[in-house]
Structure formats: structure tokens, C-alpha cells
Design a protein around this ligand. Sequence first.
Ligand code: PGA
Length: 249
Amino acid sequence: MSLILVGDFMKKLVIGNWKMQKLSSEIHPYFHPFMNKSFHNVDLALAVPYLFLQSCQEAHNGTPFKIGAQDVSAHDNGAYTGEISAAQLASLKISFSLVGHSERRKNFHESSEIVAAKAKRLQNAGILPIVCVGETIEEKPHFQDVLKSQLEPVLSLDPKNLVIAYEPVWAIGTGMSASIDDIKRVHGFIKYFLKEHSYDFSSVRVLYGGSVSEKNASSLLQCDHVDGLLIGGASLDPVGFDKLIATLG
Ligand code: PGA
């Protein structure tokens, strides 16, 4: 199992996030347009509901995707009804998982410490955590403080097996992506923050997410310090997602 999605860090990483969408019957048709395709400039991945991890792993054979989860328990194992542990994900050979998506931080009250604890569980199980961070619209004027508090617990994680996804909450699902200037500023800040704390971020990819579409994906991906994209809505229709990926060169 490859722990880092693909060894070549020069490649950008593009992850689709299905969130709580799709039914079992939609899984095979989804992968159909991607059969026997390869995209040379990007590593491709899909974060799918737990329930579909195994069927996606079977159905995606012959496509360029890696399959991952959208969350993991902060607990090791035991009496936690409804939770899924990192060891259970590893037993399915899952290679990555999102943690700390803003929908989880907001709706399930996950603190940055819990998010880091989840990421640590994943790393210990040999799974790549994609740690999501980002500010709300009210927090935008002081985004540095918000990101600092979200990133501080991340400093305890192994930098060799880590991805950070910057997703401004106000850009998620709104059709209003952050501007190139916003993204440059924030991604630059994230890398500066890690450097300032002597964190070896040379292998840490920083992705952008929030209203990425076929129209803006290519310019967002070319932005300074953007090492990939996390895509929700625009990853749901396979034909549209295939077209979006084609714009990335
Ligand atoms: P969006 O979602 O692309 O639909 O804005 C992104 C995300 O929540 O990961």
C-alpha cells in the first residue's frame, strides 16, 4: 500500500469529496467514464462515504483514482457505537482520509485538538490524513489567528505523511471561490507558519477547496503554493468531473 498517494510530489493532487451523496447503485456508473484513463499531471483521489469504501475499491479498478474516507474516529478501538477506527480503514487498505472538514467542525463540534488526534490515529495506522482548515466569513479579516489555532495542533503530526486542505467556509458550496489573491495570501501564510515553527513542510501538499469548477480549476491550480484541489459539488457528476480534470493539462 502506498502511504503517500503517489511519490511524485511535483504532481498536483486532486480529491473529489462525495460528502453524504450517492447511492450504491450509482457507484459503478460513476467510474465508467474514467476506465483505462490516465492523467499525467495530477494524482486523483475520491473521498467517499464509509459505507461505500469497499464497493468503490472494487469498482474503481482500471481508473486512476485512489479511494479514501471522509473521517475517522479519534478513538483507538472499543465501545464506540457507530464509529470507524483508523485500524479498520487500514484493514481495507484505505490510503487516505479527510479530517476536520468544516462541516464536521461546525455540525459535530470538532475542535482542532480532536482533528489532530484523528490525524494522528491515521498516521499511526499508515494512512495519509488530509487535514482541512479554513475561516468563516466573519473570521476572514483575522484569518491568520484562526488558521494559527487550527494549525498549531497539526505541528505534532509527522510531516512526511500529511496533506493540508485550505477551504474557506464561505467558499464551500456557495459558487463563490476565493480569489487568486486570497488563495496566494493564505497558502503563503500556511507555509510561512509551518516554516516559522521549524516544521519540515517540504513534503506537505497544501490543497485549495471551495467552489472549484470546470471554469476556475485550472487557474486555481496554477496559483502559487497551491499543490492540489479538494472538490465537492463538481466531483459528483462523473462526466463533468472528467471534463474538469481534462482542463488541468
Ligand atoms: P464544494 O465543496 O467544491 O462543493 O464547494 C468543497 C468541499 O467541501 O470539500
